[in-house]
Write a protein that binds this ligand. Sequence first.
Ligand code: NAP
Length: 325
Amino acid sequence: MLIARNRIFGSPDVVSIEEAPIPIPKKGQMLVRIHATTVSTGDWRLRSKNVPKGYGIIMGLLFGFKHPKYEALGTDLAGEVVALGEGVSKFQTGDRVVSNLGMKLGGHAQYRLLNENSATAKIPIDISYEQAVALVFGGVTALIFLRDKVKLKKSERLLVIGAGGAVGSSAIQLGQLMGAHVTAVCSTEKVSAVTELGIKDVIDYRERSWLTEMDKYDVILDTVGTITFEKIKHKLTAKGRLGLVVADLPTTLRNIWISLTQSQKVFSGSISENENDLQFLLSLCKQKKFRPLIGTTLPFDKIVEAHRIVESRHKLGSLVLAVSR
Ligand SMILES: NC(=O)c1ccc[n+]([C@@H]2O[C@H](COP(=O)([O-])OP(=O)(O)OC[C@H]3O[C@@H](n4cnc5c(N)ncnc54)[C@H](OP(=O)(O)O)[C@@H]3O)[C@@H](O)[C@H]2O)c1
């Protein structure tokens, strides 16, 4: 099988496609032939070791200091179950599945083993592999931030910064589904894509700054990493919440103190993968209430180009790689 490896950390050029044996499922495992995966901002951070301040040592311990400990990057996959290990009962060969690998990685290959109890769900018949895989990284992050961290409520005002990215394009749609009044902040190039997702209130940050306008928000979700609580607290209502999808370790620690001592709260931190959130997003997608935004689709052998696009920090939605056909 083909697998994309980076034997050192560095620029997109450190990634190359190599041959490797197809793995054999052990007890409780299934083998998936991958049809689609994404190059996510998580992949970019791990490949380039560009992690927020304070996380370098933790990342080094988990993923290697000099050489990557992982076999391949790839935070998600969608594909077909082609072989089962002993005792697997939840899935059958032929099932179309999508999996949130998260920091376990390994989606950038033609095959991967999955434990049957991993964050994996069957894909409904009318959803493509590309759509399914595109809802994972941004969709699950946005869902957990809005539902579990900032606890967005009906009729609240939500501002999403970075609304054209993978997390942002999911957050604006989920925010609207949760009954909030959504304002999206993005660049000129992304205004039409964001509007097509049903958002009427869009601020083109190249034209005007949301910071200097009068409006206040119950929830601000920053997916870019350009703001601090101190800078924007006047834009939050008295019990407003700030969700920082990107935050360094000192900020994350300071957020705990702010949340303990003030009526306004700040939330950051990581998210964890589970099957239920995938099922939930797939069901929204099936009902056409949620549309994972795909900015670019490239074949697997264009993975270096894909990494370059993601590293630009200005991609639209998810970047999908089409793998085996
Ligand atoms: N906490 C967690 O567990 C977690 C989970 C997932 C992701 N993340 C992090 O969340 C971040 C976003 O991820 P993503 O996959 O959504 O990234 P993405 O798809 O690259 O989107 C980022 C968006 O930010 C916008 N942007 C860039 N500079 C901007 C600026 N100055 N002002 C406003 N918008 C700006 C870009 O659009 P424009 O072209 O419109 O500027 C782009 O669409 C990444 O840093 C990622 O590492 C954290």
